[in-house]
Design a binder for this molecule. Sequence first.
Ligand code: NAP
Ligand code: G4F
Length: 329
Amino acid sequence: MSQSALITGVTGQDGAYLARLLLDKGYRVYGFMPRRSTDTSWRLRELGIESSIEVIHGDVTDLSSLVRGIQASAATEVYNLAAQSFVGSSWDQPLLTGQVSGLGAANVLEAVRLVRPETRVYQASTSEMFGLIQAERQDENTPFYPRSPYGAAKLYAHWMTVNYRESFGMHASSGILFNHESPLRGIEFVTRKVTDGVARIKLGLQPELRLGNLDAQRDWGFAGDYVQAMWLMLQQEQADDYVIATGQTTSVRRFCELAFAHVGLDYEEFVKIDPRFYRPAEVDILQGKPAKAAQQLGWHARTSLEELVSMMVEADLERVSRQMKGRTG
Ligand code: NAP
Ligand code: G4F
């Protein structure tokens, strides 16, 4: 029987890369997406897969739309990537974040249990659940300590995934993914904000780049590598939880240094600190220990930070140049 997958959050960074991976593997891919008044499919277009996705309109806060989506697709695998995923906004919209990123996951699990309990489920968990870290390097056994409404909502979703697995025997896995980036990353996240800023400064469109806490450290990998781990989790005989990370940590400051150096500039001349971008509570440092994923899934991060920075800066230089030509042409 051919495989079919339903992806919530298909228009996001990970959704787009995952959809491409599954299409390449011969899956029928259903994109579960809310109707929006503006176009949200630019990532699917950039990867050249928009017309290959079968769209099902729905919202993870609406259980009935999920039930219908799972019935209509008869999906053998469901990947729940939908979220209000920007940590910064989660203090401004704590309840919405809880409804989408927390209860939304419970709705997905419940819909699968009601309609097709044999369907395998992937839940997009996050290293933000470690928050105020309780171990120098975080793995599947490290206690959680979320530091934002987003982290708290995701922790609820994570435990619901574990509980549906243990209570109902469902094949539900939770991928605890550390930060992963790409040219398709949303512009509000720090890496893309930096690489877009570098391109604009280099091309003379912007004089400076305003950022918050440069001392925060993250374990940054490439999203294209990470979606492979999501798929691998659902191919295992037993569902489980896995930390997915590079194992290296780098400061925002160092990321800036690398990105500006890529175009021959010194970040110190252009980056300005703006307290507006500080958060009410900060996650100072994250560094994953992905040994279980290496042993059980055979998964390793393949892309180095330097390759990632170069890929993102080059993509933004090209994008901004295209926009400039569009304006003058
Ligand atoms: P993203 O680019 O922000 O994408 C989020 C997706 O969710 C978008 O397609 C968005 O659609 C959709 N969405 C939002 N509200 C929804 C709703 N109520 N119903 C259905 N869809 C909804 O996030 P990402 O970086 O691809 O991350 C994918 C998932 O992994 C998220 O759950 C995120 O929290 C988690 N995660 C990400 C990272 C990372 O570093 N990227 C690390 C760990 C975990 P619209 O654009 O139309 O709103
Ligand atoms: O890029 P960020 O906004 O990502 P953050 O908060 O780590 O969250 C991302 O990764 C999580 C996995 O750990 C995901 F679950 C989540 O959905 C999201 O994808 O911020 C990274 C760091 C923070 O410490 C922040 O304070 O960069 C610091 N930072 C400094 N200046 C900034 C800025 N962040 C943003 N977004 N904008 C700034 O100007």
